[in-house]
Design a protein around this ligand. Structure first.
Ligand SMILES: [Zn+2]
Length: 151
């Protein structure tokens, strides 16, 4: 089988940030790298799970909701995939991620979609962990520019 494109990026040299990993037609895949690959520190599963619920909730309620195709965690637990239509500009995509993460960092209350019938593992959540990860990434992405999206 062919090596898929995302495996040809040298993960050992990647740093935390937001990057474009693929463009397929009008779909742009952003990699939001929240931990340094192979750095020994990974997103804990419960925090990553809560982060997913809040990130998806914010992005899908934003002005760009019709252009949000997918929000989901990387299996390696170093970040998230965020797929948008290309009618969302790079500047807008960065701002949407910054706003989403600020929303998560400040979130209080019941985690959206965390009732037993709404979620596949409703007990495995960690709001404090999600907020800490979001606050960290708000600092990383402060001042991020479209030129910084290239891997
Ligand atoms: Zn869930």
């Amino acid at each position: 089988m062919k090596t898929i494109a995302s495996f040809t990026v040298n993960h050992d040299t990647l740093e935390k940030g937001m990057y474009i990993s693929r463009i397929d037609g009008d779909v742009i895949t952003y990699d939001i790298r929240m931990k340094k690959p192979n750095g020994g520190d990974y997103l804990p599963v419960p925090a990553m799970h809560t982060f997913e619920h809040l990130f998806a909730t914010y992005a899908r309620n934003s002005a760009f909701s019709d252009s949000v195709l997918y929000v989901g965690p990387m299996g390696c637990r170093t970040g998230f995939y965020f797929l948008l239509r290309d009618r969302v500009s790079s500047e807008e995509a960065i701002r949407l991620v910054q706003e989403s993460f600020a929303f998560i960092a400040a979130f209080e209350g019941e985690i959206p979609g965390s009732k037993r019938w709404e979620c596949g593992n409703y007990l495995e959540h960690d709001l404090a962990g999600a907020k800490a990860a979001a606050a960290d990434m708000c600092r990383v992405l402060e001042g991020w520019t479209p030129a910084m999206l290239a891997y």
